[in-house]
Design a protein around this ligand. Structure first.
Ligand SMILES: Nc1ncnc2c1ncn2[C@@H]1O[C@H](COP(=O)(O)OP(=O)(O)O)[C@@H](O)[C@H]1O
Ligand SMILES: [Mg+2]
Length: 346
């Protein structure tokens, strides 16, 4: 597999790197004697590289393994196999205690700001909670001031430290979640669908905030979304996931203007087109059937059961995420070919 992130970044070491990352959840049956009757192949051989100050978008339908990948990267789940390096140090299989110093550097922003904030804690307590776990970062006497600064940084009034989550709107709650994630001054934020639970009108504001913070603090983001349009403006590179695997990865122009995998092409063709003059000009691809179960995924290429290009070969061999013959971006398809979908997201 070869998924280099950002041609311009050659020579700079990735801040976060995953290699052949796998997470299979055992399915257990039996009341007294448990036996494993199968596995959910939630993440199945993902490679990624994230460079300092850059954003990697990860896109795919519900159930394709995005949240599991996010939890693996921040150490909330341990991988079945594979490697995760943070600033060159292996963190994939560390015990909780040994993972602790690294937790500071990589933080998760949760999907749902309604359920991820403890309703009984004040905003000040929520944002300052990481200091209790990592007391070495900010001396106790300075914490209240630091919390106010964090609130100010995310566009909330520092006067609101004593309010409770229910007194804030969804967008404001996500700002609280972001302030908490920033408390320990991490290098990397893994944002798991950070705007999916918000009104469309608010989504842009939160994305703008994340972009501003990235510029000010030099943060690197793994930005997860289920829709390609959400990450279009923020991502330097995009990885498209299907059933636990990355099927295509490239820069914004490569993915949005020159998609090569049939699945990416189908996702792009489903993005609504704002300009009515362009609507009739593109061929919409309608995918047949549902996403198969990750417990018993199709042999060979996992997308083949819904793919209009599939042949017998696709059932027999797993396509690897390889660069094309003429150096085109990595695509896991035997029949990868550009298709003109440029009107789809303009
Ligand atoms: N703790 C778990 N135990 C068993 N199966 C899980 C667990 N967490 C996630 N899964 C399964 O793994 C697959 C991927 O889930 P998830 O990573 O949440 O996908 P996404 O975030 O893309 O919707 C799903 O089939 C889900 O049911
Ligand atoms: Mg999810």
């Amino acid at each position: 597999m070869n998924a280099e992130l950002g041609q311009a970044d050659r020579g700079v070491d990735p801040v976060l790197e995953a290699k052949d990352l796998v997470k299979h959840f055992p399915i257990q049956r039996g009341v007294v004697v448990k036996r494993t009757v199968g596995h959910v192949q939630a993440v199945d051989g993902v490679d990624l590289k994230l460079y300092p100050g850059k954003t990697l978008g990860v896109v795919g339908e519900s159930g394709c393994g995005k949240s599991t990948l996010a939890k693996l990267l921040v150490g909330l789940e341990s991988p079945t196999s594979g490697s995760i390096k943070l600033q060159g140090k292996e963190i994939g299989n560390l015990s909780n205690r040994r993972m602790r110093p690294f937790r500071r550097d990589i933080q998760l922003v949760f999907q749902d700001p309604y359920t991820s904030l403890n309703p009984r804690l004040t905003v000040g307590d929520i944002v300052g909670e990481p200091f209790e776990i990592h007391p070495e970062v900010v001396p106790r006497a300075k914490r209240a001031g630091e919390v106010k600064e964090l609130l100010d940084m995310v566009g909330l009034s520092p006067d609101h430290v004593n309010r409770y989550p229910h007194q804030f709107s969804g967008g404001q709650r996500q700002r609280i979640g972001i302030a908490r994630a920033l408390a320990l001054r991490p290098q990397v934020l893994v944002c798991d669908e950070p705007v999916s639970a918000l009104d469309v009108s608010i989504q842009g504001q939160v994305i703008n905030l994340l972009e501003r913070l990235q510029n000010e603090l030099g943060l690197a983001y793994v930005f997860i979304a289920h829709d390609l349009s959400v990450v279009r403006h923020i991502a330097d590179e995009v990885a498209v996931m299907y059933l636990g695997k990355v099927v295509e990865q490239g820069t914004g122009p490569e993915i949005y203007d020159h998609p090569r995998h049939p699945y990416t092409q189908a996702l792009l063709s489903a993005v609504p087109v704002p300009d009515p003059d362009l609507r009739g000009q593109r061929d919409e691809i309608v995918l047949q059937g549902d996403v198969p179960s990750p417990i018993d995924p199709p042999s060979g290429c996992r997308f083949r059961t819904r793919c209009w290009k599939a042949t017998d070969h696709c059932a027999e061999e797993v396509p690897s995420l390889d660069v094309g013959d003429n150096g085109t971006h990595p695509t896991a398809c035997f029949y990868a070919e550009e298709r003109d979908v440029t009107h789809a997201v303009k």
